[in-house]
Design a protein around this ligand. Structure first.
Ligand code: TYC
Length: 103
């Protein structure tokens, strides 16, 4: 009997990893011509925990480039942030758009 014959007895052992890496989602703010800059800065501070200086420069990035990623979160958290931002923008009648997309 060759070595090959007596070693080839194992079951297939390739198993799916038990903990799947969660898919992450980018949350983005889009520029528009009407939402006040201070409102966008407030949103970044309040809902994304960004410090005031960084919030100011991120707002300017959106203003100049059209959009920016403001955070990366799990699906549920990203969805909640988008809802909170859109809700507040609506309440203040600002056309600010916040969207999410798979990373
Ligand atoms: N462009 C707006 C203005 O000039 C400011 C603004 C910045 C609006 C970022 C939306 O996501 C935004 N008032």
């Amino acid at each position: 009997m060759s070595d090959k014959d007596d070693t080839d007895v194992g079951l297939a052992t390739k198993t799916k990893p038990k903990t799947e890496k969660p898919k992450m989602y980018k949350v983005m703010l889009l520029n528009d011509d009407y939402t006040p800059m201070e409102f966008v800065v407030f949103v970044l501070e309040r809902y994304f925990g960004i410090g005031s200086e960084q919030a100011q420069s991120l707002m300017m990035q959106v203003h100049q480039k059209g959009l920016a990623v403001v955070g990366v979160f799990s699906h549920d958290v990203a969805e909640t942030k988008v809802m909170q931002v859109m809700d507040l923008a609506h309440k203040h009648q600002h056309p600010l758009q916040c969207t999410m997309e798979k990373e």
